[in-house]
Design a protein around this ligand. Structure first.
Ligand SMILES: Cc1cc2nc3c(=O)[nH]c(=O)nc-3n(C[C@H](O)[C@H](O)[C@H](O)COP(=O)(O)OP(=O)(O)OC[C@H]3O[C@@H](n4cnc5c(N)ncnc54)[C@H](O)[C@@H]3O)c2cc1C
Length: 322
């Protein structure tokens, strides 16, 4: 490690970090990674450094040795994250090969690496003849993101099928946590930003693989007609104020009632198909998307006196000229 650079990117901003400021690792450091290339919205500045650990030991050693003043973020598949135009200072941990295995455990469980995509987990469960994990098939994140967000759809959520999560603390210590330990609730968990998930065990119930696949196909058809799944988006922008309660108020209805369907800021638009989704038409900046989201929030507050809470995670700094 060399001494930290004193140069600041702008007044009052954290210094840029280089790989030479960080511990030696067996995995890979990528300096200046464009965040648009690793997030679904396809916007944002650059990360100082992305760290892709070789395996859990490498990740643990990094967490133990890292300089404590360097900020650390974690990114999964980037399907719920808006990266701001000024980029992200410090290190982003991104799990890749080495964290993607899907292995049956006994008769009714599957261990999934945190970098395995949710869709692959659903397919592995179907192949193993286990029902209950079909809802994962349409969620474009990975297992780490599903644990962090308690991802869910169509009446099921991660907490319902989770047996245990295997994680490292930000100090590099191994932990095994039950769903109760994690305190999972609607689109969040009690450990937000304090753990790096490395794998998890999920439980299903035996069923015929063809029946399970038929249900997954139904989910794909339903999503294709109700959500802009082929767009540059971050999924649901705001949490439903009624949480998981199916009879509670829905964000999309409030947004629609506030007249925001189709609303535009620069290259960003509220989806005409599902108005809790924001879309990048190709030339949007992160600032366009965030400004659009805040405009929607303000209009909903005015129209219905409900203050929507962002479900999408926003990371990084605004650009100096934004
Ligand atoms: C078209 C579309 C449809 C969607 N539909 C749904 C849906 O039906 N239901 C739903 O719940 N969500 C949905 N989403 C949102 C998103 O897919 C989920 O929130 C998903 O769980 C996020 O996973 P990710 O890997 O992309 O996380 P990211 O966006 O990369 O990160 C999200 C959060 O998870 C944390 N995180 C990621 N990996 C780890 C890890 N290994 N350890 C610790 N923290 C970690 C990050 O730090 C961040 O705080 C949708 C998104 C899109 C684009």
């Amino acid at each position: 490690m060399t001494p930290r650079p004193e140069t600041m990117s702008a007044p009052n901003m954290a210094p840029h970090i280089q790989p030479s400021d960080l511990p030696d690792v067996r995995g890979k450091y990528i300096a200046g990674q464009a965040l648009a290339d690793i997030t679904w919205f396809r916007v944002g500045g650059c990360a100082d450094v992305v760290f892709m650990p070789a395996d859990a030991e490498d990740l643990s050693a990094f967490l133990k040795q890292r300089p404590r003043d360097i900020p650390v973020n974690i990114l999964g598949a980037g399907s719920n994250t808006l990266a701001r135009d000024g980029g992200v200072r410090g290190v982003i941990i991104r799990l890749g090969r080495g964290f993607g295995d899907l292995v049956p455990v006994g008769e009714s469980e599957i261990r999934a690496g945190a970098a395995a995509l949710d869709g692959r987990l659903a397919a592995a469960a179907a192949n193993a003849g286990l029902t209950g994990l079909e809802f994962f098939s349409g969620i474009p994140g990975n297992v780490g993101g599903a644990l962090a967000m308690n991802a869910g759809a169509y009446g099921s959520e991660t907490a319902d099928v989770l047996v245990q999560a295997e994680a490292l603390t930000m100090q590099g210590e191994a932990r095994i946590l039950s769903p109760q330990d994690l305190n999972l609730s609607y689109r969040t968990n009690g450990y937000h930003d304090r753990l790096v998930y490395i794998s998890a065990i999920f439980r299903g119930v035996p069923d015929a693989p063809n029946d399970i696949r038929a249900r997954m196909n139904d989910i794909a058809d339903k999503r294709g007609t109700t959500q802009p799944v082929k767009s540059r988006t971050g999924g649901s922008t705001f949490k439903n104020p009624g949480g998981a309660n199916p009879d509670g108020p829905k964000a999309w209805k409030l947004i629609d009632a506030a007249g925001c369907r189709g609303l535009r800021v620069g290259g960003a638009q509220v989806s005409e198909l599902h108005c809790n989704f924001l879309i990048n038409h190709g030339d949007a900046t992160a600032d366009d998307i965030e400004t659009l989201g805040e405009t929607v929030r303000a209009r909903v507050l005015e129209a219905s006196a409900i203050d929507l809470d962002w479900e999408i995670r926003r990371i990084g700094e605004v650009a100096h000229d934004a």
